[in-house]
Design a protein around this ligand. Structure first.
Ligand SMILES: Cc1cc2nc3c(=O)[nH]c(=O)nc-3n(C[C@H](O)[C@H](O)[C@H](O)COP(=O)(O)OP(=O)(O)OC[C@H]3O[C@@H](n4cnc5c(N)ncnc54)[C@H](O)[C@@H]3O)c2cc1C
Length: 337
């Protein structure tokens, strides 16, 4: 269930940020609340921690301007956020080198968790409810038997383990969603964009409290004690091999802002693919082409953050036929999908 990016991500759970496009804010707000509920739900131990996050500023931008930007954001989004001076950054995160930092935005509601553990929690919850899961099953093609009729439906999903005749089909195949949609004759502009994670050896020492967003890469400490340096956006197709120059660059930025990682040393490195949609927004909602097809894809760098709200929207669409959330900006119809 958590193969690919859903099991190999940084585990950051983001509330609205100043830098995000405004369409994301209601989704992030809703997902943050759903995570807060999941975090204290029995049987859902996925290392959920409200750690907060810091976005570091390295360029001497006018502090007054940054504070003003934050004030406008808070008024529009109702979200929390503070401006931290260089010395406040150091006070909160003593292991950060603040030599190149002129300040930071601090988002207290941001959190962290393990997507692998969360996936396991959901798998157990599904098994308890006798949900049939078919792991290792590959979708080969769709069969559309009632073409020409006014009601256009996907009748069967043909897999390497036989055919399924579903009431509803949800395309949620990450960077492969474009390929899968094309099997139904639909074009969606979702492409793979590679990201890297460098994981240090574990330490018992508390190195970082919050999720730190540096100029190009981010840094966090996992529940197990490793420091993770991650990021990078490389459009190189479906290849998941490491790009050495990217790893070097990430480690070098990490070493500047968090010099202690050099003494910890690297344990492992991984590259994985994010699903990027050409307009930067996810595709969530009913297809305009088939009556029983729903899309939930293109979440790019926010797929873990937005997983609960996406699940809620999809379940409402399936069970109620509509959703209580405003998903106009994410509709598949914007690509005639
Ligand atoms: C390095 C890195 C760090 C990240 N950090 C964060 C973070 O901190 N916070 C955050 O919110 N997001 C983060 N993300 C983004 C997030 O991980 C993704 O947006 C999210 O995992 C996408 O989930 P998905 O289910 O859409 O796609 P995926 O996780 O890619 O899953 C797609 C699934 O579709 C399956 N599939 C494909 N083709 C077929 C087929 N023909 N038949 C059957 N199954 C098929 C695949 O096997 C796979 O299981 C990160 C991503 C990366 C790469």
């Amino acid at each position: 269930m958590t193969s690919h990016a859903s099991g190999h991500n940084a585990g950051g759970i983001s509330a609205p940020h100043v830098s995000q496009s405004v369409e994301f804010w209601p989704l992030e707000e809703h997902s943050t609340k759903l995570y807060q509920g999941l975090g204290c739900k029995e049987g859902f131990d996925f290392d959920y921690t409200v750690s907060g996050s810091m976005v570091l500023f390295t360029k001497e931008k006018d502090t007054a301007l940054l504070k003003n930007e934050l004030q406008i954001f808070r008024a529009k989004s109702q979200a929390s956020g503070d401006f931290l001076t260089k010395s406040e950054v150091k006070e909160n995160e003593p292991n950060l080198s603040v030599e190149n930092i002129c300040g930071a935005y601090y988002y207290p509601d941001d959190a962290q968790g393990s997507s692998v553990k969360l996936g396991q929690c959901f798998a157990t919850a599904c098994a308890d409810r006798e949900v049939k899961m078919s792991v290792g099953t590959e979708l080969m093609r769709f069969e559309v038997r009632n073409e020409g009729k006014t009601e256009k439906k996907i009748e069967s999903v043909v897999t390497n383990h036989g055919s399924i005749h579903p009431k509803t089909v949800v395309i949620a195949a990450g960077p492969w969603s474009g390929k899968i949609a094309s099997m139904a004759g639909i074009k969606i502009p979702v492409e793979p964009v590679k990201g890297h994670l460098i994981i240090t050896l574990k330490t018992k020492e508390k190195i970082l409290r919050s999720f730190i967003l540096g100029p190009n890469y981010y840094f966090l400490q996992s529940h197990e004690g490793s420091v993770v340096v991650g990021g990078g956006e490389d459009s190189v197709g479906f290849d998941t091999s490491l790009i050495d120059s990217r790893v070097r660059e990430a480690w070098s930025e990490g070493s500047i802002f968090l010099p202690i990682i050099q003494s910890l040393g690297q344990d492992s490195k991984i590259a994985c693919l994010r699903p990027y949609c050409s307009d930067g927004l996810p595709i969530i909602g009913n297809s305009t082409q088939y009556d029983n097809l729903i899309f939930a894809t293109g979440h790019f760098r926010s797929g873990f953050s937005l997983a609960p709200v996406t699940g809620k929207i999809v379940s409402e669409l399936i069970c109620e036929g509509n959703t209580t959330l405003d998903i106009k900006a994410f509709t598949p119809g914007r690509f005639s999908a």
